[in-house]
Design a protein around this ligand. Structure first.
Ligand SMILES: CC(C)(COP(=O)(O)OP(=O)(O)OC[C@H]1O[C@@H](n2cnc3c(N)ncnc32)[C@H](O)[C@@H]1OP(=O)(O)O)[C@@H](O)C(=O)NCCC(=O)NCCS
Length: 175
């Protein structure tokens, strides 16, 4: 669970996408390497969850938990010494949950190679003091890009709900 000390915000007070924006920058070392000498994919996934969790907490103004992570592709390898930059912001909100988008870029320390390594979408749920889901502020998507991300996030939410419902029905039919 990600947490912070601030009191729970007024859930009716809308917040902008910009309010949730997070940038994390970290240089990769041998400690993060796999047997091939490249950076372990799990290290990047943890950084993605860290950056996205911070964005979700900023929007929710309190503790959140990771509910799900959509498919995450590794487009380019990340090497020891690379500087990894993660940019995260809230794409869309439901009642108690929110989708966060994260983009990961890697650059060698000379600045001569810069690649987009991954993008991911994660869902977080805000929790109250008793650990139950709690309502979060509405989201204001101000720019055309933010509005496009919000529309696409709604499509992904519908697809997730439809998939979960289909699996629930299939399991019920097997019993
Ligand atoms: C996430 C969790 C709080 C949801 O609890 P729940 O009892 O299913 O809650 P609800 O059914 O009331 O759903 C609450 C919200 O979560 C969303 N949600 C629940 N499961 C989800 C999933 N697997 N993927 C995406 N969203 C999910 C629901 O759509 C709902 O969103 P909305 O309020 O915006 O419409 C609960 O499953 C949990 O605690 N999971 C463990 C989280 C965790 O430990 N994460 C890793 C460490 S941080």
């Amino acid at each position: 669970m990600e947490s912070e000390d601030a009191a729970e915000p007024d859930a009716r007070e809308p917040r902008t996408v910009a309010h949730s924006e997070v940038m994390l920058v970290q240089q990769m070392t041998q400690l993060e390497a796999n047997l091939l000498g490249n950076i372990h994919g799990g290290v990047i996934m943890k950084l993605v969850d860290n950056a996205a969790g911070l964005a979700a907490m900023k929007h929710a103004g309190g503790p959140v938990v990771t509910a799900s992570l959509d498919e995450m592709a590794f487009i380019e390898p990340v090497f020891v010494g690379d500087v990894v930059t993660l940019r995260a912001s809230v794409n869309d909100v439901g009642r108690t949950s929110m989708e966060v988008g994260v983009r990961v870029d890697a650059e060698n320390y000379l600045g001569t190679r810069k690649v987009h390594t991954s993008s991911a979408y994660l869902v977080y749920v805000a929790l109250d003091a008793t650990g139950r889901p709690r309502p979060i502020p509405p989201l204001i998507a101000e720019t055309a890009v933010q509005q496009q991300r919000q529309r696409e996030a709604k499509l992904r939410r519908e697809a997730r709900l439809a998939r979960n419902e289909a699996i629930r029905k299939a399991r019920a039919a097997e019993e």
